[in-house]
Design a protein around this ligand. Structure first.
Ligand code: FES
Length: 140
């Protein structure tokens, strides 16, 4: 797979790849976003449900197509994000993703590892960006 690290973490990644958590769709999510790794064409699509105050992530579901690292990372992230605030999500960086995976990721594979995180962050950014636009364009 092109990753180093302890066997335990490698096993965990394979397990998430073979039995992805929160795999599928959520009906009526707060927002949905799809992203692609342009290097290989692999995709992740993520549905996110926020709580009423729109501060905390309640549920995440994803589907996608791609290598073990991108899909396992999406699966792990889908668990990690439940109960996380949008602010915490937006503050995540690649080091957090590498920590979550628990293995060394080669520079070649880092895009695979962070694909899901990017999708979640971009989805939130677009959602809140459009909301701001809505609020400034309507005079209610
Ligand atoms: Fe495509 Fe990993 S090879 S995301």
């Amino acid at each position: 797979m092109g990753i180093g690290g302890s066997d335990m973490y490698r096993q965990q990644i394979l397990d998430h790849y073979k039995n992805p958590r929160n795999h599928g769709e959520i009906e009526d999510p707060t927002f949905t976003h799809v992203g692609e790794n342009p290097m290989c064409g692999d995709t992740i699509e993520m549905d996110v449900v926020l709580d009423e105050s729109e501060e905390t992530i309640e549920h995440v579901a994803f589907r996608g197509d791609g290598c073990a690292i991108s899909q396992a990372s999406a699966s792990m992230l889908s668990e990690k994000l439940q109960g996380t605030t949008v602010e915490e999500l937006q503050a995540m960086d690649r080091d957090d993703v590498v920590d979550m995976l628990g293995v060394d990721i080669s520079p070649m594979r880092i895009k695979c590892a962070v694909l899901a995180e990017k999708v979640a962050q971009d989805g939130a950014e677009i959602y809140f960006g459009e909301k701001d636009l809505d609020m400034t364009s309507t005079e209610e």
